[in-house]
Design a protein around this ligand. Structure first.
Ligand code: ACO
Length: 394
């Protein structure tokens, strides 16, 4: 199992043993983090948007724009009941999901990603030419080699900013957000587009009622911008992966199409290989459910502790939208009341890497999430991967 702990900065200060301070609580994690020079301390008073723990940042980063896009085709639970043995009653009781959107016709995942990114740029009042990095968090890009450069092209970013993909299923967006913050803090980047976009519908077995009811397609994006350390809006993070849990949720390369039979495919043993493709998503629902409800509260508690906050200090809990029962279970463990939990899983199902920015965008545009409010966000899913971040909107 791999872990990553941290404040959202590569800037680490080594504390002298003769001068222990609030930083001492970081000693056990300091060796796992990048060493740079330090700089400034943050506010010392506690409020939902201000961590009481001194902040180790030379440069801040903040969320200044968001956007999202979904396909036009809406598929209801009743629609699914026509193709598999299920019902609206079963699906809504077990998952909270009522509808999902599915890519169809001429729609493309790249198109959704571009639309979401354009909306985020518009809200941030940032021109495509001023973007200096695009991170496309997706496990289902329309090019084997990644979709980010196509998004860069479609956005018309004249400076040809670096654009590449991050593939980590439902944790992808959170990992992209934290990667973006590291580029800003350590690399001098100013405007980073982080896009979460997935078309899981293309990898579903539509005869498997245990999984086909859960997923939908969508894209969401945020613009993370460099700012002064005093304005910093990413307080802490905590990331993990566990390859052993991969057996519970995966879509692997089809074995039959990988030819290892001696001499069957040419004069050289097993060469040339056959063309590859992936199986549909295979999932042990109960195990994934248990995993999520067990590890997500832990990772959020860890991030909150690093930020010097309690769950009562946060304004919003924003979880990967997998299943309403998972969201409720995690909120209950963290003692976060229902009216502080963001959820739109009923309308879109599990949209993988898109789910967090899609839910954030709806909450911001509806006026629910307001400037300066603190959000505890967490992603979890295939890999297995999971993690959390404490951030401020605006
Ligand atoms: N309609 C009707 N009955 C169903 C359906 C369905 N769609 N699916 C399963 N059932 C049946 C099963 O066959 C079983 O019947 P049986 O008792 O006769 O054997 C019964 O319902 C109970 O099945 P369970 O799998 O135990 O149902 P459970 O309450 O666990 O709910 C679910 C299943 C919804 C999949 C749940 O386990 C879950 O949400 N797990 C988390 C999945 C998840 O979030 N995955 C995405 C992770 S993110 C990523 O990275 C992709």
């Amino acid at each position: 199992m791999a872990n990553a702990f941290g404040f959202l900065t590569p800037t680490i200060m080594r504390i002298s043993s003769s001068n222990p301070s609030a930083y001492c609580c970081y000693h056990d994690v300091i060796s796992k983090r990048i060493n740079c020079s330090l700089t400034s301390q943050g506010p010392e008073t506690s409020s939902p948007s201000q961590s009481p723990v001194p902040r180790l940042v030379t440069k801040g980063c903040k969320l200044v724009g968001c956007g999202s896009a979904v396909p036009h085709l809406q598929i209801s639970n009743d629609d699914l009941a026509k193709i598999v043995d299920t019902s609206d009653e079963w699906i809504s009781a077990r998952t909270g999901i009522r509808n999902r959107r599915i890519l169809a016709g001429n729609e493309s995942l790249t198109g959704l990603a571009v639309e979401a990114a354009q909306k985020a740029l518009e809200m941030a009042d940032v021109k495509p030419d001023d973007v200096d990095l695009i991170l496309m968090c997706s496990s289902t890009a329309e090019d084997l080699f990644g979709g980010a450069p196509q998004v860069q092209k479609a956005l018309g970013c004249k400076g040809n900013p670096l654009a590449y993909d991050i593939k980590a299923a439902c944790s992808g967006f959170l990992l992209g957000l934290i990667s973006a913050s590291c580029y800003i803090r350590g690399g001098g980047y100013k405007n980073v587009l982080v896009i979460g976009a997935d078309a899981i519908s293309r990898y579903i077995d539509w005869t498997d009622r245990g999984s086909c009811i859960l997923f939908g397609d969508a894209a969401g994006a945020v613009l993370l911008q460099a700012c002064d350390s005093e304005e910093d809006g990413l307080f802490a993070f905590d990331l993990h992966s566990d390859g052993d849990g991969n057996r519970h949720l995966n879509a692997v390369i089809k074995e039959k199409e990988t030819n290892h039979e001696p001499g069957t495919n040419g004069s050289v043993l097993g060469f040339p290989p056959n063309r590859s493709s992936f199986t549909s998503i295979k999932m042990n629902g109960i195990e994934v459910f248990r995993f999520a409800v067990s590890v997500v509260p832990q990772t959020i508690e860890a991030s909150l502790a690093k930020a010097g906050l309690n769950s009562s200090d946060i304004d919003w809990l924003l979880l990967h939208q997998a299943n309403q029962r998972i969201i409720d279970g995690i909120a209950t463990k963290l003692e976060v009341p229902k009216d502080r939990v963001i959820s739109n899983v009923a309308n879109y199902g599990n949209t993988s890497a898109a789910s967090i920015p899609l839910a954030l965008d709806e909450a911001v545009r509806s006026g629910k999430v307001k400037q300066g409010q603190t959000i505890a966000a967490a992603g979890f899913g295939a890999g297995l991967t999971w993690g959390s971040a404490i951030l401020r909107w605006g």
